[in-house]
Write a protein that binds this ligand. Structure first.
Ligand SMILES: Cc1ncc(COP(=O)(O)O)c(C=O)c1O
Length: 349
């Protein structure tokens, strides 16, 4: 597949901004090239963090760390300000506003559509099957020669299920578009990341985030794995220093703490099972969907009423009942053991 044919013409032709630190990679000496404050930072330095300096625009430190930790080659990695930034950049790289279209199998995460709307790119909603799996035929019907991207989410938000690997790979093989698989919740499942498939499928882009299992939602860090050509376009369009030194610091500390991540994931999975069993015994809950994520989707008689009653008890959950195929459905994140106890008491009232 010729990826170049999918890239917007103005992006192909774009002469990217060259920042001071593009010219000499990681320079030492007297740095008078970037209009920084050479006297220092107003922020008290911690652990040798030099916040008065711009961070490495090539993300070498982050990509090396991710290569070591996730076994994906550095050349195939790009970091964004959360995966939300990468979603937006990908729409901008591939889609010509008012000309191209994007396929979104629903129900799913809302930012794919919002990013397209912001960029004035048409979205075509296709329903997932009743088991919330990919309906390749329906996607085929919705696609035309102007389709550039198909967004997939696995495990899917808000349904919580993994998409079948063979269905995803079949789309990669049968469609002449970019296939984005958002794996924000993969750490809570037993499945292997599809990042291992990027070398066999040049149109596949896998999104990952540090906001969930790693507990770094406040640091705003996500990355994608894709073939090197796509990665190079992401570097071409990103803001010069998109990932802050503070976020990099947080990531380095977090990656020294993999045991903590594992502990969180184990606890969340255990609590997920406990809550699911409790909910299944509740007369007020019609259905609890299986989950491979850090939340449960439940079907109740009246989602708004259910949400309001929990709110009155000080518990905030997400009504998802306006999404297709999700009548009466509410999404509930897995909290701490104590929070889940309070939730269960409130549900029983
Ligand atoms: C499926 C999915 N993708 C991406 C994100 C956003 O991730 P980030 O915090 O990395 O921007 C979310 C956030 O809830 C999500 O549910």
């Amino acid at each position: 597949m010729d990826i170049k044919k999918l890239i917007r013409k103005n992006i192909l032709d774009l002469k990217p901004y060259t920042s001071a630190r593009d010219i000499y990679n990681n320079p030492s000496g007297i740095l008078l090239d970037a209009n920084e404050n050479n006297l220092g930072s107003t922020f008290d330095e911690i652990d040798g963090l030099n916040l008065n300096r711009y961070p490495d625009p090539h993300q070498n430190d982050l990509r090396k760390l991710a290569e070591l930790n996730f076994g994906i080659k550095k050349e195939n990695l790009f970091f964004g300000v959360g995966s939300d930034e990468i979603i937006d950049l990908l729409v901008r790289i591939f889609c010509e506003p008012e000309k191209n279209n994007v396929i979104i199998p629903e129900p799913t995460y809302g930012m794919y559509k919002v990013s397209c709307d912001i960029n004035n790119v048409e979205t075509r909603s296709v329903l997932l099957t009743d088991e919330f799996q990919i309906d390749e035929k329906a996607i085929g019907k919705a696609c035309d020669e102007k389709t550039k991207i198909i967004f997939l989410c696995s495990p899917n938000n808000p349904t919580g299920n993994l998409l079948k690997k063979n269905d995803v790979l079949s789309l990669c093989e049968n469609f002449n578009t970019i296939i984005i698989v958002d794996e924000a919740y993969i750490d809570f499942s037993e499945a292997e990341s599809l990042a291992n498939e990027i070398s066999a499928h040049p149109n596949l882009i896998v999104l990952r985030t540090f906001s969930k299992a790693w507990g770094l939602a406040g640091a705003r860090l996500g990355f994608c794995a894709a073939n090197e050509e796509i990665i190079n376009y992401l570097f071409k369009v990103k803001a010069p220093y998109n990932i802050s030194a503070l976020s990099r610091y947080a990531l380095k500390k977090a990656l020294d703490n993999v045991d903590k991540r594992q502990e969180y994931v184990s606890k969340i999975k255990k609590e997920r099972t406990r809550l699911k069993n409790q909910f299944e015994s509740s007369a007020g809950i019609i259905k609890v969907f299986d989950s491979d994520a850090n939340f449960l989707l439940v079907k109740v008689r009246d989602a708004k009423d259910f949400q309001r009653k929990l709110f009155d008890e000080g518990i905030i959950v997400r009504d998802r009942s306006s999404q297709p195929k999700l009548e009466g459905c509410v999404r509930i994140s897995i909290g701490t053991e104590e929070e889940n106890d309070l939730l269960w008491s409130a549900v029983q009232n």
